[in-house]
Design a protein around this ligand. Structure first.
Ligand code: ZN
Length: 420
């Protein structure tokens, strides 16, 4: 009888304990920066399945089945990189569209806290189905697309010069038919003196009610960016490679006076989104430092990740963010420009924040202190004392990257792709 009674008691305690474990995962004691919700302080974050369940001052550990000890670390929404190139493949003569220059996302995202990456123009309307089948559906990272106005996509060379292949109607049709994945239209690498690519992209963007992202110029003399910002683009359209200094492209800072051109301020006020799009050759300190010093900040921080940038001065999203931090942009602003502002730019406002009920895409960072060097493509180096390092990444409620095993118990990431 006594045995039966104790078994019964054990069962009861078991049920109570199980019931008390309301959450699948709890991030304990981290400094939460959630710009959308105005949170900048030490908070606990509780997750249930794939969703944020609660953000509060103190949530007991016993209420969760898995606990992340994040004391002394920063906890932020999963980062959103709105300019990357992940339409990887093995077709020769395909450049960033199912070719060798693009990269498989999962190897370059989770280890730096990125949970969403936007492929910026790899696929056009003709190649989007291949991109979806080969990359979007086989990645754990959430992969979105800016559809190239060129039907062939970013195949390089003459393909991207062919205005006959810039079909606004077909581009808009494919964008509208794939709303879950297509977040905008991309213009890139056009080197003629015509406005045709920009105008066709805006036409497609208007038909599909989505923004365009412009990688501008390549003609000599360059087309005026004042006309681009004030006349050709709509508020909400995105100008990428903001801090580039390249032949064939007008720069935002006057290199002689080191002043941000007056119409650039006006353009940002008008609603043009200024994106970093760092890349292999598209970022110069001679543009960025005077901009930041005078208070002209990027709306969004992105990498332009591809084989030509991954091992250069760019490296990854966190490296670019650390550069902006060391140039004097404050940490909450750097986080905002890589989360909430990015989600707004691509009109995916369900992402980029830690609101209750939002998808649990989360990043945990350490701030390393030391002597670091941040150089650009010219070799100019800025010294800095702080550098962000990714400790942990959570995608749809599951730990997908854990640098130092701060999760208890440690559960290794599984292979099947996350549901989008
Ligand atoms: Zn690019």
């Amino acid at each position: 009888m006594r045995k039966v009674l104790s078994l019964f008691l054990c069962l009861c305690i078991g049920i109570v304990t199980l019931h008390a474990q309301t959450y699948s995962l709890l991030i304990k004691g981290g400094h939460v920066i959630d710009p959308k919700n105005g949170i900048n302080g030490v908070m606990d974050v509780a997750i249930n399945a794939d969703t944020i369940a609660k953000v509060a001052k103190s949530i007991p550990e016993k209420q969760a089945r898995q606990v992340v000890q994040a004391k002394g670390m920063y906890v932020t929404p999963g980062l959103i990189d709105i300019h990357g190139h992940v339409f990887y493949g093995t077709e020769s003569d395909h450049y960033l569209s199912n070719g060798f220059a693009a990269l498989p996302p999962d190897g370059f995202t989770f280890r730096v806290g990125v949970t969403t990456i936007v492929d910026a123009g790899g696929a056009g309307w003709k190649s989007f189905p291949t991109f979806k089948n080969n990359v979007i559906d086989h990645s754990q990272t959430r992969v979105l697309s800016l559809l190239n106005i060129v039907g062939e996509g970013m195949r390089g060379g003459p393909y991207e010069q062919n205005t006959q292949d810039m079909d606004a109607k077909m581009t808009a049709l494919v964008a509208r038919g794939n709303r879950n994945y297509v977040v905008g239209i991309k213009v890139a690498h056009f080197s003629g003196p015509e406005w045709t690519p920009v105008d066709r992209a805006v036409e497609a963007g208007t038909m599909a009610n989505i923004p365009v992202m412009i990688d501008f110029g390549g003609s000599i003399p360059p087309l005026p960016i004042e006309e681009l910002f004030m006349k050709r683009l709509r508020p909400g359209d995105i100008y990428t490679h903001t801090y580039a200094l390249l032949n064939g492209r007008e720069s935002v800072v006057d290199e002689a006076t080191k002043k941000v051109k007056p119409f650039v301020w006006e353009a940002q006020k008008r609603g043009i989104i200024f994106d970093v799009g760092y890349g292999g050759t598209s970022f110069n300190y001679s543009q960025a430092i005077p901009s930041l010093k005078s208070g002209f900040f990027p709306n969004t921080i992105s990498t332009d990740l591809h084989t030509g940038s991954m091992n250069g001065s760019m490296k990854d999203q966190l490296s670019v963010m650390s550069k902006f931090l060391n140039m004097g942009m404050d940490l909450p602003s750097v986080i905002k420009a890589s989360t909430w502002a990015s989600a707004q730019a691509i009109k995916r406002e369900e992402l980029g924040h830690l609101s209750q009920g939002a998808v649990a895409d989360i990043a945990v960072f350490s701030m390393r202190e030391g002597d670091f060097g941040f150089f650009d493509k010219t070799g100019y180096k800025v010294k800095g004392k702080q550098k962000l390092e990714c400790e942990l990444t959570i995608r749809a409620g599951k730990v997908v990257y854990d640098l130092n095993g701060i999760t208890d118990p440690i559960v290794l990431p599984s292979a099947p792709p996350a549901k989008h």
